[in-house]
Every structure is written in structure tokens, then in C-alpha cells.
Design a protein around this ligand. Structure first.
Ligand SMILES: [Zn+2]
Length: 125
């Protein structure tokens, strides 16, 4: 469910936010990229951490394997950014273009299946 009051949009959970940003035409005209954001602590699994700082277009097919949740209790998120922001972030050297190659070991936890309502469920399955 999405709660929208005036100019402010609130989301009840991460899936709401993803669904909204990916499908709202007004947002998607400006916010064209996802930035993968992993929690910077020791609980973050290696296959999640390697994606931290990765940027790709929202319609990049690789998100089907790289978008959170990547496992039970995954705390990773996607942040919607503009093309200008993407360029600035890539210029710092601390971020990377996911479309140039998915980091080795990245992806879903072994055996993990995303919740049925995730927009990044593999359409083939
Ligand atoms: Zn995660």
C-alpha cells in the first residue's frame, strides 16, 4: 500500500517504495537509476556487500538477480537516483557501473526465493 499526501509520499515497506519508483511515470522520467545500498556492518553477507555502490538503469535485466532482498532478513536497499547523480557518483571512484559486469559472487543467497510480490521476481519462473 502507498500513502500519498500532497507532495509527500510515504511507503509502508521497501517493496512499496520499489514498486512505486519503478512504475510511477513522473518519477521514472527523472529518477532513472538504482543505486544498491548495503548496510556497512559485519552482518552483511559477502554476496550482498559486493553489490554496495553498484548503479544501473531501473530497467536493467540484471536486477532480477541483483536487487534486494537477496536473502532472508536482507537489509539492502535500492536508492532511486537521476542520471546526473549517477555521473557524479561514478566520478568519485567509490561507485561502479553494474552494467559493465556483476561482481563475482554477487546475487541471491543459495536457495532463496524472493517474496511473491517483489517486482524483481524472475518473469521466466
Ligand atoms: Zn542484503
Amino acid at each position: 500500500m502507498i500513502i500519498r499526501t500532497g507532495k509527500e509520499v510515504r511507503f509502508l515497506d521497501e517493496m512499496d517504495r520499489q514498486r512505486y519508483l519503478a512504475h510511477d511515470p513522473e518519477f521514472s522520467r527523472i529518477i532513472r537509476y538504482w543505486l544498491f545500498d548495503a548496510m556497512p556492518d559485519s552482518r552483511t553477507r559477502p554476496n550482498h556487500r559486493v553489490l554496495d555502490g553498484g548503479i544501473a538503469p531501473m530497467d536493467w535485466p540484471g536486477w532480477f538477480t541483483c536487487a534486494p532482498p537477496l536473502g532472508e532478513g536482507c537489509r539492502c536497499t535500492l536508492v532511486g537516483i537521476t542520471g546526473r547523480r549517477r555521473e557524479a557518483l561514478l566520478g568519485t571512484g567509490h561507485y561502479f557501473d553494474l552494467t559493465a559486469g556483476i561482481p563475482e559472487g554477487a546475487g541471491l543467497d543459495p536457495g532463496y526465493v524472493r517474496p511473491a510480490h517483489s517486482i524483481y521476481n524472475d518473469p521466466v519462473r
